[in-house]
Ligand binder design. Structure first.
Ligand SMILES: [Ca+2]
Ligand SMILES: [Ca+2]
Ligand SMILES: [Ca+2]
Length: 454
């Protein structure tokens, strides 16, 4: 009986409180709605060509890999802003190199046994990478380098690659060979030349690796590879260190060859794993990057980071998206699994999630919720880079369950509830790659960040 009484009292109190607050609450919700409506109107005025009907996630969700710290000790870290990638000029591929490569990477044959997945370390001198061969492929890829965690786009398929069909023909671009993507290759060319790309100012021992990512496919069978990351770490590249030095590379240079595979097994699609869909040569004086084989006893950290750029609605006509910038990451430790000596995937442990508040560019106090984790209220600060790290959980990189409660400037009792936008809504949060820098204060993000219908 006593229990029942208590319940009754509690219920009555609740009803009473709701009754008292309802006018204020209604008022506050109306103010929040007004602010958001104003924001949406201003957004459409500022970005007249940008459709609201889009997915506001611009991240590629690429994995970043890093070596265990025991291998990485005593490295003088460079500053990424000093790293330099420049065009090295044209390089004419020696036919002897191609003959050697074709003998090694037999077309259509599973060549994976020729090497283990690998990581690289910068040699301390400049080095150059040049595409020497393009095989048959209906995909369009980009070559990226990740150096000390910083992602560089180096090259994309066909870019500055020329062929001579026969002794007497003129040089022509490989893209001009055919209308069909599959036939834009250097397979039967009499001569090949291509631009090289030189890396400068990278200190010795800095961790690096390459990966190929598919940006477009002309055969829908291979659609699943779009935005993929086929890297030297997941067995999609081979390092061949026994390549003879071509005669047109001076003696004091070291040379290596990297063969890449652009298809992996998926459902009914089987890769031929011949590792020659595109082949690069790397040369450097006196050294090329060293390769570190990834073995069973090694643990690699794998991390997928999304950068959320957030508007705090402090003003409704500013789209700098820098009021709160937070990186959220899925992190795990992984050991490679090999079957018959061939890389077969990762064995993951210690899966966890991290958030790092990178930048604050608004003055309003806010409460950030990521997944199931509500962080303590933060003061707004204009122009600081706190790099505050938090363990979080329950975040989903595809669902973007992240939200911010921001105190309204004119009404300190009113919080704007800012959530990741659905298609059709004006964005107050966008997701980008962690390499994307945030804007200067009160400089709106360019409309090119968004999808603009033709
Ligand atoms: Ca292949
Ligand atoms: Ca802003
Ligand atoms: Ca701002």
């Amino acid at each position: 009986m006593k229990v029942k009484m208590k319940k009754m009292v509690v219920m009555l109190t609740t009803v009473f409180m709701v009754a008292c607050q309802s006018t204020d609450l209604f008022d506050e919700q109306a103010k929040e709605r007004d602010t958001k409506a104003q924001y949406a109107e201003n957004f459409s005025k500022s970005y007249p060509d940008v459709t609201l009907n889009q997915n506001w996630d611009y991240s590629n969700k690429n994995e970043a890999y890093s070596l265990p710290s025991n291998i990485n000790r005593s490295v003088t870290r460079g500053s990424a802003t000093d790293y330099q990638l420049i065009t090295a000029g044209e390089y004419e591929v020696e036919n002897s190199t191609l003959t050697w490569m074709k003998g090694k990477l037999k077309d259509g044959q599973d060549n994976r046994k020729l090497g283990k997945p690998f990581y690289m370390k910068a040699p301390g001198n400049s080095f150059t990478i040049v595409p020497i061969f393009q095989g048959q492929a209906s995909s369009i890829w980009e070559l990226h380098a990740v150096i000390d965690g910083v992602d560089f786009k180096v090259w994309e398929k066909g870019q500055d690659v020329w062929v001579k069909k026969n002794e007497n023909s003129d040089w022509q671009t490989v893209s001009s060979l055919s209308n069909t993507e599959l036939n834009k290759n250097t397979q039967n060319a009499y001569k090949v030349k291509a631009n090289g790309y030189t890396f400068n100012n990278i200190p010795a021992g800095v961790e690096m690796y390459f990966y190929l990512t598919v940006t477009n496919v002309t055969n829908s069978k291979y659609n699943y590879t779009i935005n993929s990351q086929m890297s030297s770490l997941n067995g999609m590249m081979l390092a061949l260190n026994d390549c003879p030095r071509p005669a047109n590379i001076p003696e004091d240079y070291e040379v290596m060859v990297i063969g890449c595979e652009d298809v992996y097994d998926y459902g009914s699609v089987k890769s031929d794993n011949d590792m020659n869909d595109v082949v690069f040569m790397v040369y450097g004086k006196p050294e090329v990057p060293s390769t570190i084989e990834i073995t069973e006893d090694m643990t690699i950290e794998r991390r997928v980071t999304l950068r959320y750029m957030i508007e705090d609605l402090g003003s409704t006509d500013d789209f700098d998206f820098n009021d709160i910038v937070v990186d959220v990451a899925d992190v795990c430790n992984s050991s490679p699994v090999f079957i018959d000596g061939i890389f077969n995937g990762w064995n993951d442990s210690d899966k966890h999630q991290e958030a790092i508040i990178r930048h604050l560019g608004g003055v309003l106090p806010f409460k950030l919720t990521i997944g199931n984790t509500e962080l303590e209220e933060h003061e707004g600060v204009l122009g600081s880079n706190p790099d505050e790290k938090y363990e979080v959980n329950g975040w989903n990189k595809n669902k973007h369950n992240i939200s911010v409660m921001v105190k309204q400037s004119k009404n300190s009792t009113v919080y704007n509830n800012v959530q990741f936008p659905k298609a059709g809504e004006a964005p107050m949060i966008i997701a980008v790659n962690p390499s994307q820098n945030w804007m200067e204060e009160r400089v709106s993000v360019p409309s090119s960040w968004f999808y603009i219908p033709e």
